[in-house]
Ligand binder design. Structure first.
Ligand code: GLU
Length: 452
């Protein structure tokens, strides 16, 4: 009745319980299973472990599927334990028939409770297994007693369902969180009773916060899909997750998923030191932002821009495209665009800024008259630049001599302020190119007229 794996194909599985969203821990387990299976030319199975009817929720199952899809972790087969009752029933009956399990009368805690369960007949031996990461693990199973494996013929508990499914699905490698290591002896006992082959175990280190405490919501334990909504790129999340508890044995840090498939190995998973570092994720994402196409950047950035920016009088897609290099420099993830908008770092790109004329004065030159002279001179110099070749280079070339002679601060500060109205902004040459000749001259003239 089993589908034993008779050839040497590697089969791995990710077996989440839909009792919560897909978080970094689960996503990394899924990734390691995926990478190993793909790297070995094997099969990767997704198994939804929804035997706990009360705690399993459809919305979490959906969240897991969406998260896997976002990460690009494709699977070859998918199963749901709630749809496999008939299979479990056969195995439970077989265990009872072979005297590996028995129906046990229990004292009912509540009136409504059934007072029967199915217990495993524990042979009370010592289990030794070789874990790929932890080495040899020895466990005396006597203390486990005759543990419960099913509520009734149709309701297996976690350990039993896992063992039956791993057997039925021909799982060759069980790669899962270290928190499952204490479950392994029970599962091996059941396997042996069923005559199932023992898979290879690899228990991966739990993910900790940088101070080695448990991950909390504030420290990265947010659902995968939230990262998606925050505008992280899935390829940087994959790269980031791969390096939590695994490394290729050298300093290289940027890997595409295809490269990871080629080089991933269970041997290089570390025993400890799986640290979640949110700054590293930001850094990683920024590296990827530098590599993606201008079209994709434009679409994503626009998606995150609040309506208030899109409805400013000078908003055009063309101008937004011109400021993409600034975003690439300033943002770590797309939602930072929204933050910049909220902090009013974007308005001036699409409307004439308003400001106090005092602000046009360079700190070492608190003099309206000479400031006006400098602005007028810049206007004059820029008027001579060809409108069709109004680039950072040509703009800089036109002004540079004058700025060097008169003083860069006194010339460039008011120019930049006239264009942006902000204490902090990109340099005036970049701004002038973004605005084009007409708008640049207009903003400079407004500033000049402003001064007495
Ligand atoms: N369903 C279990 C969990 O979500 C995983 C079982 C396993 O990987 O063996 O923790």
């Amino acid at each position: 009745m089993s589908k034993e794996n008779n050839n040497n194909t590697v089969v791995t599985r990710f077996a989440p319980s839909p009792t919560g969203s897909l978080h970094v821990g689960g996503a990394r387990t899924a990734l390691f299973n995926f990478l190993y299976a793909r790297g070995q030319g094997g099969k990767f199975i997704l198994r939804i472990e929804d035997t706990d009817k009360e705690r399993s929720k459809k919305e979490f199952e959906q969240d897991i599927l969406t998260g896997m899809k976002w990460l690009g972790l494709s699977y070859d087969e998918i199963y749901k334990q709630s749809e496999r009752t008939e299979i479990y029933k056969l195995y439970i009956q077989k265990l009872i028939d072979k005297k590996h399990a028995y129906i046990s009368k229990e004292e009912a805690k509540k009136e409504s409770d059934k007072n029967e369960v199915i217990r495993f007949k524990n042979p009370n031996g010592v289990i030794v297994f070789a874990d790929k990461i932890r080495g040899e693990v020895t466990f005396n199973t006597t203390e486990l007693g005759d543990f419960v494996i099913a509520k009734d013929l149709e309701t297996p508990l976690y350990h039993l369902a896992v063992v039956i499914d791993d057997f039925e699905m021909g799982i060759t490698h069980i790669i899962r969180g270290e928190d499952h290591i204490s479950n392994t002896p029970r599962q091996i006992l059941i396997q042996e009773a069923l005559g199932a082959p023992r898979p290879i175990y690899a228990h991966i280190p739990l993910i900790l916060a940088p101070d080695r405490t448990k991950l909390s919501k504030r420290r990265g334990a947010i659902p995968m899909n939230e990262y998606g909504k925050m505008g992280y790129l899935p390829q940087s999340m994959i790269n980031f997750l791969a390096l939590i508890g695994w490394n290729p044995g050298n300093d290289k840090e940027i890997f595409s998923i295809d490269e990871l498939i080629k080089i991933f190995s269970l041997e290089k998973i570390q025993k400890g030191g799986a640290i979640f570092n949110a700054e590293k994720l930001d850094w990683m994402n920024k590296q990827y932002l530098a590599t993606i196409s201008q079209d994709k950047l434009f679409t994503e950035i626009k998606k995150y821009l609040p309506q208030i920016i899109l409805s400013l009088p000078q908003y055009t897609d063309e101008r937004l495209k011109k400021i993409i290099p600034m975003f690439q420099e300033k943002i770590n993830k797309f939602s930072d665009v929204k933050k910049m908008a909220e902090e009013k770092e974007l308005h001036y790109f699409f409307e004439q800024p308003t400001y106090d004329k005092q602000k046009l004065l360079w700190k070492n030159n608190p003099n309206f008259q000479s400031t006006k002279i400098h602005i007028d001179k810049v206007i004059k110099l820029l008027s001579n630049v060809n409108e069709n070749n109004f680039t950072q280079n040509t703009i800089k070339e036109a002004i540079w001599n004058y700025a060097e002679t008169a003083g860069k601060g006194v010339v460039l500060w008011p120019m930049r302020f006239a264009l942006s109205g902000r204490d902090k902004s990109p340099n005036p040459f970049f701004l002038a190119e973004v605005f084009g000749k007409t708008e640049t001259l207009k903003r400079l003239m407004i500033a000049s007229d402003f001064l007495p």
